[in-house]
Design a protein around this ligand. Structure first.
Ligand code: ZN
Length: 184
């Protein structure tokens, strides 16, 4: 059985997240494990779904990680694993809030759910991004995180011209519904 943060009372969630965020910021508590020239600064169970793992990566010093984040942006799901990799440079920005973290995690969970494992075609890629954003909005609404929903919706409306009419494919919607029903 998964332990869900959503089962905690709201005050507890904020406290826990603040503590984790503080821990993330303290360089003295960084993990410092090297993988492919990059450094895993922190590793923890995903805030939203602890069956996923989050790795905060310092990409400096590694062409491989630099390239991966250049393609993926702030974060990506590692192949078909439940590992969410996030660029530490983004996490440490003052403007990066816990709501951004929620938004990133929900988006990456959707890539996993929708089996977006091998994105190489740019058209496909944009479609996958839109699907993950839309799925993340559903998850975050269900979790009653309106501020995190707003983070995604802001970018969603500016990125996709068809944002008003776009719907998830029925098979993806079904996967999402099952996930929300069973896991959240
Ligand atoms: Zn994405």
């Amino acid at each position: 059985m998964k332990t869900k943060l959503i089962n905690l009372v709201p005050g507890q969630i904020e406290k826990l997240l603040k503590k984790r965020k503080d821990v993330l910021k303290k360089s003295g508590e960084r993990l410092g494990i090297e993988i492919g020239g990059g450094i895993v600064e922190h590793h923890y169970p995903c805030f939203m779904d602890d069956s996923f793992n989050v790795c905060i990566i310092d990409k400096n010093g590694s062409d491989m990680w630099k390239e991966l984040f250049e393609i993926a942006g702030v974060a990506f799901i590692f192949g078909n694993t439940k590992y969410i990799m996030i660029d530490s440079a983004e996490v440490y920005k003052e403007s990066f809030t816990l709501n951004h973290l929620y938004a990133v995690e929900a988006h990456e969970i959707c890539h996993y759910l929708f089996e977006h494992h091998n994105i190489i075609d740019p058209v496909h890629d944009k479609l996958c991004e839109q699907e993950a954003d839309l799925g993340a909005v559903s998850i975050l609404k269900h979790m009653k995180r309106p501020e995190a929903v707003a983070v995604i919706e802001k970018r969603y409306q500016s990125l996709y011209e068809n944002h008003k009419d776009f719907k998830l494919r029925p098979d993806l919607q079904k996967k999402l519904d099952i996930y929300i029903k069973e896991e959240l």
